[in-house]
Design a protein around this ligand. Structure first.
Ligand SMILES: C[S@@+](CC[C@H](N)C(=O)[O-])C[C@H]1O[C@@H](n2cnc3c(N)ncnc32)[C@H](O)[C@@H]1O
Length: 190
């Protein structure tokens, strides 16, 4: 059960060759898989597919009747993800701007048990749009909350503001994990 996801090493190689340096690390991946496995028959959402490393971990933990939607606006990374994971009919990969996708989803009657918000949309932009799609009892996960070399100038205050905002809401239970790249694990209260 705790082997690496089958597609992981091939995706990692292509990610490196592409020079894409925003992928989820292995620690975060193991957490994603563990959480995905707790959502039997669950609806999962990943905002920011990248090359598919997070999706590979999520799919590895998901039950046969669980479903994953993963959204990214970059065709180059999405091509790698879909080539390695597109065979899995539990997964739908959407090539679209994340904010636009979130806006369109507000009218759809679809809610998620787990959201891995790993792009600006749904995290720093349009957080409320993503939050509304999370079921009560659902889990919202974000990483890269500890200082990262990839952070653009001026990013740190946004990170701290988001942590404060999430902690001070009255519909969240927040665990701040100073582990891996810095994870915030948030449950939506019922
Ligand atoms: C941190 S990476 C995702 C890594 C991936 N979740 C993983 O586990 O390896 C962020 C991704 O967000 C995507 N992205 C950036 N802006 C976006 C937008 N407006 N809409 C959708 N995706 C976006 C980037 O193309 C990039 O692939």
């Amino acid at each position: 059960m705790n082997l690496l996801p089958p597609a992981l090493s091939a995706i990692q190689k292509e990610t490196k060759a592409l020079g894409f340096d925003m992928s989820s690390d292995v620690l975060t991946g193991t957490l994603l898989r563990t959480l995905a496995a707790s959502k039997s028959d669950g609806s999962l959402l990943e905002l920011g597919t990248g090359t598919g490393l997070g999706a590979a971990w999520l799919l590895d933990g998901m039950t046969a009747d669980a479903r994953l939607i993963s959204v990214d606006n970059d065709p180059a990374v999405m091509e790698i993800a879909t080539r390695h994971l597109g065979y899995d009919d539990r997964a739908a990969f959407v090539l679209q701007d994340g904010l636009q996708w979130l806006e369109e989803m507000q009218a759809a009657d679809q809610y998620f048990d787990l959201i891995f918000a790993d792009a600006i949309p749904g995290k720093y932009d349009g957080f409320e749009l993503a939050w509304r799609l999370l079921k009560p009892g659902g889990v919202y996960i974000i990483d890269d909350m500890l200082p990262q070399p990839s952070w653009p100038v001026g990013h740190a205050p946004k990170v701290h503001q988001l942590m404060r905002d999430l902690t001070h809401r009255n519909d969240t239970y927040v665990t701040e994990m100073n582990w891996a790249t810095g994870i915030l694990l948030v449950t939506k209260s019922a």
